[in-house]
Design a protein around this ligand. Structure first.
Ligand SMILES: O=C(O)CCC(=O)C(=O)O
Length: 248
């Protein structure tokens, strides 16, 4: 379903949007089955909870998922997700393979994701999609986002560091619990982080990054970008410029 004008206004102002629709049970089952296998077999590349402890229970993140199994691209190109993205990115959308492109497995006890802003405010808008393979709650360490922080007019370290609970971001952020199959979109320039997983189960979500295609790009075949909606248009000014100009 397309975003309403109100949805788009709030998305632009707060920096995040919970999509109305959810993934089908069939797709979720397939995603979880493939993910369980990759975790059990400890298929690299992996980010570990503890670098010294390589066990399935210590898999924090599975990286480069789009190279692993087609079902991950199937999830990331669900029409309802692309339709929602179109509300803020326009009709020509690229999925980046060199940003995110991972599953946060977040096993029981998983330590926090430190506060960070994925992009700087002056960079082209990058929308992160978190696609939930399992329910995400305050108890299992759901994401927290600082609403409006993508509009900050001051410069601030992208990764401020320090104690997670003492940080200004902790006071300013709101927790965003999500259902199994839910999709959360947010401007990656917003400060965000997530708490310890205090439950006894994992809390899996896919993380993907999308941007509007840059119509001024002369080279269209960037191997790290997959066009997932629309087309790669070109709108550069011609040179020499027609005289008299056909249009302004
Ligand atoms: O899902 C989370 O816990 C945080 C996700 C995140 O910040 C990331 O994947 O970059």
């Amino acid at each position: 379903m397309k975003l309403t004008e109100e949805d788009i206004w709030y998305f632009r102002h707060t920096g995040f949007h919970r999509v109305r629709e959810t993934l089908s049970d069939d797709l979720l089952d397939r995603l979880n089955e493939v993910t369980s296998r990759q975790v059990a077999e400890m298929l690299e590349p992996i980010v570990w909870e503890d670098k010294e402890d390589h066990r399935p229970e210590s898999v924090r993140r599975l990286s480069k998922i789009l190279d692993r199994e087609a079902v991950y691209l199937e999830a990331g190109t669900q029409p309802f997700i692309l339709e929602a993205l179109e509300g803020v990115l326009g009709p020509n959308i690229e999925l980046l393979t060199n940003k995110h492109n991972h599953i946060m497995v977040r096993p029981a006890g998983s330590y926090p994701v430190p506060w960070h802003s994925g992009e700087e405010p002056w960079e082209p808008t990058l929308i992160t999609a978190l696609i939930y393979l399992e329910e995400s709650t305050v108890e299992n360490g759901c994401i927290r986002i600082v609403p409006g922080s993508h509009h900050r007019p001051f410069s601030h370290a992208r990764r401020p560091g320090g104690d997670w609970y003492e940080a200004d971001q902790y006071r300013r952020a709101v927790p965003v619990p999500m259902p199994r199959g839910g999709v959360l979109l947010f401007n990656d320039c917003c400060y965000h982080g997530s708490d310890v997983n205090r439950s006894t189960e994992s809390r899996r979500s896919m993380t993907l990054g999308y941007r509007a295609h840059d119509s001024h790009d002369v080279l269209k075949d960037d191997p790290e970008k997959v066009i997932v909606r629309g087309e790669r248009v070109y709108t550069g000014h011609p040179h020499p410029f027609p005289n008299p100009p056909r249009s302004a």
